[in-house]
Design a protein around this ligand. Sequence first.
Ligand code: NAG
Ligand code: NAG
Length: 236
Amino acid sequence: MQLSSFSLLLLLCALALASAQTTSPAASRAASPAASPNTALITTLKTAASQVDRVNALGDDFIFDFRGTLGVSEGRGGKTVAATARNFPALIGNGVAMTVGYLGPCGINLPHTHPRATEFNFVASGAFEAGFFMENGNEFVMTNVTQGMAVVFPQGAIHFEQNMNCEPAVFVAGFNNEDPGVSTIASNFFGLPTAIVGASLGGLNISSVEDLRAMLPDNPALGTEECRRRCGLSLD
Ligand SMILES: *[C@@H]1O[C@H](CO)[C@@H](O)[C@H](O)[C@H]1NC(C)=O
Ligand SMILES: *[C@@H]1O[C@H](CO)[C@@H](O)[C@H](O)[C@H]1NC(C)=O
């Protein structure tokens, strides 16, 4: 094994150990949409000739309750609730969506991309360290945002939000697409064929790839070791 791939392996092992607070391998899959969509209403809205017809078809169904069970994704670091065209048909034709993140102390919304939307993420309470990586050729961008501030994540950028405090924190993320999509980096990378993942990591063998894959946490996950130590939280 080359030195570079060995260093990478060490790094990955360190990362994996740091997040050894993990759940089952199946849990690493990105949350699948829970309730089945109202396909009849969605078809009506998608084939409506005008906004007048869409508004009439919706009646008074213009409220999404972020305190409910729709669009919920839960992990050991907290939960996110997403309103998209799939679970909230009033968004169809309006080009927007929203996610509210309720992160526990040191919780992290794991690195992910939105393939079809730019995100404008407002801190409703607490403080987050937020970062994004746009694309090859860019530098990684990282910043701290606190209550009342908002950060932009351009469409397609890999980004994350880490609660830096020992208290719960809340963000509200707006999207300029009713179907922004989410692609969680680690679980989707490790969802590639094992041999391809191994080759991408400089020749990591299959059992090592499988070991790492089995450690991937649900989103939101427990956050950085530094934060968890500072807050006196368990490291596993
Ligand atoms: C964010 O704040 C923490 C705590 O003050 C600090 O350690 C960290 O360097 C800051 N990050 C950035 C990107 O400024
Ligand atoms: C894979 O690599 C690890 C770490 O170098 C090693 O301990 C293990 O024996 C290898 N497994 C196989 C099946 O080659």
